[in-house]
Design a protein around this ligand. Structure first.
Ligand code: MRU
Length: 366
C-alpha cells in the first residue's frame, strides 16, 4: 500500500536476500519501527509477540522462517533434519491461524525437492516470495468480489453513506496488501462509493483502534473508532449496513475463528438482520476440521495484555495498569462464530454462502 507517498508492505526481503524486514506492529500507530529477522528465534519471537500478526502475514513470515532455517543450517551435518526441527518450532509459535503451518509446510515441500544446501536455501526463498505474491493477489481479488456487495448496498440506499462495521485488523498490515476484510472497503472507496467504517477498538491489544484506524486514515477512508461493545447499539439504530471481518481459521464447513468478540458481533448482526460477511483467502480454510467450536485451538495469551493498556502519554508510548494490581485476568485471543450466523464468505474465487457444498463448490480441488 502507499503510505505517505511510499509503497510499503508489512514484510519484505532485504537487498542481502537473507534478512527479513518486518514492520514492528506493536509500535503502531505512534512509532514506525522496522525489525530485522535473521534467526529462527527472532522469527518465533516476532510471531509470538506480534511484531507481525494476522493470519496471512503470519503464514508469509513462517514461510520466510524456513529460508532462514535453511541458511542457518547450511553447514549442519544434516541440513534437512535441522530445517524440519526448526519448522516444528516455527509452527508452534501461535496456534489459531492455520496459515502459519500452511506457509511453513508449503516451503518445506520445496526444500525436500532440492538436492544441495544452497539449492534448499534458494528454493525456500523462492517459494516464500511466491506465497507473498499470491496472498497479495488473493487479497486484491477479495477486494474486487467484495466491492460488489458494498456497491449493491449503496444502490439500495440511493447512494447515501454505506456504514460497514469491522473488528480487529484484517487490513494490509495483516495480509501483505489490501487486507481481507478491508480489501472490499478500499476497492469500493476507490470506485467512489460513499462509505464509512465503524472500527471496533478490539481489546485487549486494540488492533482496530491502533492499526485499522491508522490504515484507513492513511488511505483517506472515513471511519470512527468505537468501543467493542457499541456495535449492538449501532445495529439496533440502523447505523450499520453490513459487517465484514477477517478470520484466522475457517473450517470447510463454515465455522469462523476470528479475534475475540467477533462471535458477539455476529449474534447482534443476526438479531438485527444485518449481513455478516467473512473475507478470507483460501490459505485460511482448514480442510480437515468440521466443528470449529470443538476443534479450533484458541490461543490463550499473557493476561498482562488484558491488565495493561498501551498508548501515547506526554509524547511517549507507555503502558498503564487498569484493574486492581491483585485481580487475576484471562486473555482468550479468539472465538468461533458458527456457520449459521455467517451470511457469506468473500474469497479470491468469489462469494459463497457459509455451507460446506458452496465452499467446496468454489474450491473443488479440495
Ligand atoms: O491476534 P492477531 O492480531 O494476529 O489476530 C488476527 C487478526 O488480526 C484478526 O483476527 C483478523 O480478523 C484475521 S487475520 C486477517
Amino acid at each position: 500500500m502507499i503510505i505517505d507517498g511510499k509503497q510499503i508492505r508489512p514484510i519484505w526481503l532485504d537487498e542481502d536476500r537473507f534478512t527479513v524486514k518486518v514492520i514492528d506492529q506493536r509500535q503502531l500507530p505512534h512509532r514506525f519501527v522496522v525489525a530485522d529477522l535473521t534467526t529462527v528465534d527472532q522469527v518465533i519471537h516476532a510471531i509470538r509477540e506480534m511484531f507481525v500478526r494476522g493470519a496471512p502475514l503470519i503464514g508469509v513470515t513462517g514461510a520466510y522462517g524456513v529460508m532462514i532455517a535453511a541458511q542457518n543450517g547450511k553447514s549442519a551435518s544434516n541440513q534437512v533434519g535441522f530445517i524440519i526441527q526448526e519448522c516444528e518450532r516455527i509452527k508452534a509459535a501461535r496456534p489459531t491461524a492455520v496459515n502459519l503451518a500452511w506457509g511453513v509446510d508449503r516451503v518445506l515441500e520445496r526444500v525436500h525437492a532440492a538436492s544441495s544446501p544452497a539449492a534448499r536455501i534458494d528454493a525456500a526463498r523462492a517459494e516464500a516470495a511466491v506465497i507473498a505474491e499470491e496472498e497479495a493477489e488473493n487479497c486484491r481479488l477479495i477486494g474486487v468480489h467484495g466491492a460488489g456487495l458494498i456497491e449493491a448496498v449503496s444502490r439500495r440506499k440511493n447512494g447515501s453513506t454505506v456504514n460497514v462495521l469491522t473488528h480487529c485488523n484484517a487490513g494490509w498490515l495483516a495480509c501483505i496488501e489490501y487486507g481481507t476484510a478491508t480489501a472490499p472497503i478500499y476497492e469500493a472507496f476507490n470506485r467512489g462509493v460513499d462509505l464509512h467504517v465503524w472500527v471496533d477498538e478490539t481489546r485487549p491489544l486494540n488492533q482496530g483502534a491502533r492499526l485499522t484506524a491508522w490504515e484507513l486514515g492513511k488511505h483517506g477512508v472515513p471511519h470512527t473508532v468505537i468501543t467493542d461493545n457499541a456495535g449492538g447499539h449501532l445495529m439496533q439504530h440502523d447505523r450499520v449496513d453490513m459487517v465484514i471481518v477477517g478470520t484466522d481459521r475457517t473450517t470447510h464447513t463454515g465455522d469462523v475463528a476470528n479475534k475475540i468478540g467477533t462471535y458477539l458481533k455476529a449474534l447482534a448482526a443476526w438479531d438485527n438482520n444485518i449481513p455478516f460477511y467473512v473475507a478470507l483467502p483460501s490459505s485460511t480454510f482448514d480442510w480437515t476440521m468440521t466443528d470449529g467450536v470443538k476443534e479450533i485451538p484458541i490461543e490463550a495469551r499473557n493476561p498482562d495484555e488484558v491488565r495493561y493498556i498501551q498508548g501515547l502519554a506526554n509524547g511517549r508510548v507507555t503502558q498503564v495498569l487498569v484493574p486492581p494490581e491483585s485481580s487475576p485476568a484471562a486473555d482468550f485471543a479468539f472465538d468461533v462464530t458458527p456457520a449459521r450466523l455467517v451470511t457469506g464468505f468473500i474469497t479470491e474465487r468469489g462469494v459463497c454462502s457459509a455451507s460446506e457444498p458452496e465452499i467446496h463448490g468454489l474450491f473443488p480441488e479440495r
